[in-house]
Every structure is written in structure tokens, then in C-alpha cells.
Design a protein around this ligand. Structure first.
Ligand SMILES: [Mg+2]
Length: 318
């Protein structure tokens, strides 16, 4: 019944859109919006916050690639955890062999994985740990769950998020994102994709008593129309609700890949993650060719990424 399909080019568009958006944000991560107003990002820059050359992607893309590589061998949380540890300890899927950026909850989550626990239980009820650290690596799961029912999709998303971020708000943010990406894959208009996502997610949350309270935190996305808000009403911190709001707002406000990602990055604060999430939506919707070629050309380990995307596609479509 659930035989939804995606094309190789949709997969490419979303992954490259993500990585390029991440790299666009890296040099200005943590910059406040007011600073970027007078010095906005308009093209791929180098150095800045992390003193990394042009085209350097961050932990967001590293953990995304680790997830993809793990899924090439099938769905195995233990293996996924092993790859995250390998990234943190030995620089697996880093641009130049070094980890230069890691969020607190992700770091603590990985230390917990090293003890053999596949759920970061400390985050279950901790309001301070509702960051975007699982949202920023969930994109490969969009493709993994293509043949699953909504209940199964939610369960997989919950498990994968909980490796580092077990709070239901982080899980729900990932779920809304995955459902929205599917609506885009199915070639809906932006409006239709958004409306369908609201219907599907609201209906699902209504039927799951444990999600009802959490869904309220997403009311600007799920009950209202996030695209109608003014820029001044959109926050772009590392709080997962802010990240999802900011990414959707940028995606609806911009008219092409370049506009969407520069809007997202110039919101300031958690620029790499906002840029990456908004970039994945724009790359999927407008296509790979919409991503400026000179932005893609400078991306670190371009060939490795190309091969990984091919390997991932073939592994999932055998
Ligand atoms: Mg990052």
C-alpha cells in the first residue's frame, strides 16, 4: 500500500541542498542577525567563526553522511551509533579529518552511546536539551521510510532521533520535517504540500495522546501559517522549534535556492543548521541545477559525497 517513490535527482537535490546550505552558514555561525544585516551573506564565504576554508561543512553534514553510510548496510541503530562515535572520536566523515563543531546534547548523547545505550534518556524530560541536533541529521530517514505506514515512520524517526535527542519535541520536529519532505517529493505545490503536512501531522497527533501536548509548541507551523509571519517574529536559535520555523519560513519566502538559503543564513545564530534544513527543502523542490554551480564546486570532499549518494540510492533501491 505504501509504495511511495522518489527519483535519484530528488535525492541528489535534497542532499546537495543540505550540504551547500550548511557550508554557506558555517563562516557566520553564532553571528547575531543585526550584524548580518549590515554584512549579509550573498555567496559562499570562507573562514569566519570556525576559521575554515570556503566550502567546509559542519557536524550537521558529518552526521548526515554517517547516517547515510550506515543505512547502506540496512537499518541498524547500533551501527549508526558506532558511526557517530567514530565521527566524534576519529573524524569519520569530516571535511578534513577534524571535528571543529559539536553541540552539547549531541556530545553527551554520543558519550551515552559509548556506554551502549541507544536512547539518550537524560534528554527525555529535559527542556534544556530540545535542540536541533537530531533534526539536522534526519534527512536520510526521509528516503528510508518510503515504504512505511505513518505509525512505522514515526517509530523509526523516534528511534533515530533518540540516539542523541529523545525529547518528544525533537522527535516531533523530525517527524514534521520528514512528512513535509514527502509532500514535496510527491510534486505537490508548496501550498498543497504545507496543507497536507498540517492535515497528516495534526491527525496523527490527535490520535496519539502523548503527542498532543508537544504539538502545541508547533502551533505556528501546524495550526497557523508560518509563511505569514514577519522576519522579526522568526527566531533562529538552536531550539528545534525555532530551527524548523526558520527553515520553513525561509523556504516559503524565497523564490529559488539562492534566495531561500541566504534568507535562512542571514537570520543569524544557528546559521549552518537553519541553512542546511532550508537548503534541503529548496534543493529538493527546485532541483539540483538550482544550486549555484560555484557554490557546489567548492564543497569539501565533493567526489566522496557524490559516491555516497549513489551508493545510498542503490542500496535503498535494490
Ligand atoms: Mg553545525
Amino acid at each position: 500500500m505504501y509504495s511511495r517513490t522518489y527519483t535519484f535527482s530528488q535525492l541528489q537535490g535534497s542532499i546537495w541542498g543540505f550540504v551547500v546550505g550548511d557550508a554557506l552558514g558555517v563562516p557566520v555561525e553564532f553571528e547575531p542577525r543585526v550584524v548580518l544585516k549590515s554584512f549579509p551573506v550573498k555567496h559562499m564565504r570562507g573562514y569566519g567563526t570556525h576559521k575554515q576554508p570556503q566550502g567546509t561543512w559542519s557536524d550537521d553534514s558529518s552526521l548526515l553522511f554517517c547516517t547515510m553510510e550506515s543505512l547502506c548496510q540496512g537499518y541498524n541503530l547500533q551501527d549508526m551509533a558506532k558511526k557517530f562515535i567514530e565521527w566524534y572520536r576519529n573524524g569519520l566523515w569530516t571535511p578534513y579529518g577534524q571535528v571543529f563543531d559539536v553541540g552539547n546534547t549531541t556530545r553527551n548523547g554520543i558519550l551515552n552511546l559509548e556506554k551502549g545505550n541507544l536512547v539518550h534518556e537524560a534528554t527525555l524530560n529535559d527542556e534544556r536539551s530540545i535542540g536541533n541536533g537530531s533534526l539536522m541529521r534526519i534527512l536520510p530517514i526521509v528516503f528510508w521510510v518510503s515504504k512505511m505506514s505513518i505509525n512505522e515512520r514515526f517509530e523509526i524517526i523516534k528511534q533515530v532521533s533518540s540516539l542523541t535527542h529523545a525529547h518528544l519535541r525533537s522527535v516531533l520536529a523530525c517527524f514534521i520535517y520528514v512528512e513535509f519532505m514527502w509532500q514535496l517529493i510527491e510534486n505537490k505545490t508548496l501550498r498543497k504540500a504545507y496543507e497536507n503536512t498540517q492535515l497528516l501531522v495534526n491527525d496523527f497527533c490527535d490520535r496519539q495522546y502523548f503527542l498532543k501536548a508537544e504539538a502545541k509548541h508547533f502551533h505556528r507551523i501546524l495550526q497557523e501559517d508560518i509563511s505569514k509571519y514577519k522576519e522579526s517574529e522568526i527566531s533562529s536559535t538552536g531550539y528545534v522549534v525555532h530551527t524548523l520555523e526558520a527553515a520553513l519560513w525561509s523556504f516559503f519566502t524565497g523564490n529559488n535556492y539562492e534566495e531561500v538559503t541566504t534568507l535562512a543564513v542571514n537570520l543569524g545564530d544557528d546559521t549552518d543548521t537553519t541553512g542546511a534544513i532550508a537548503g534541503s527543502m529548496a534543493g529538493l523542490y527546485y532541483g539540483l541545477d538550482s544550486i549555484p554551480e560555484d557554490w557546489r564546486d567548492v564543497i569539501a570532499r565533493k567526489m566522496d559525497i557524490l559516491f555516497l549518494i549513489e551508493k545510498f540510492y542503490h542500496a535503498l533501491n535494490k
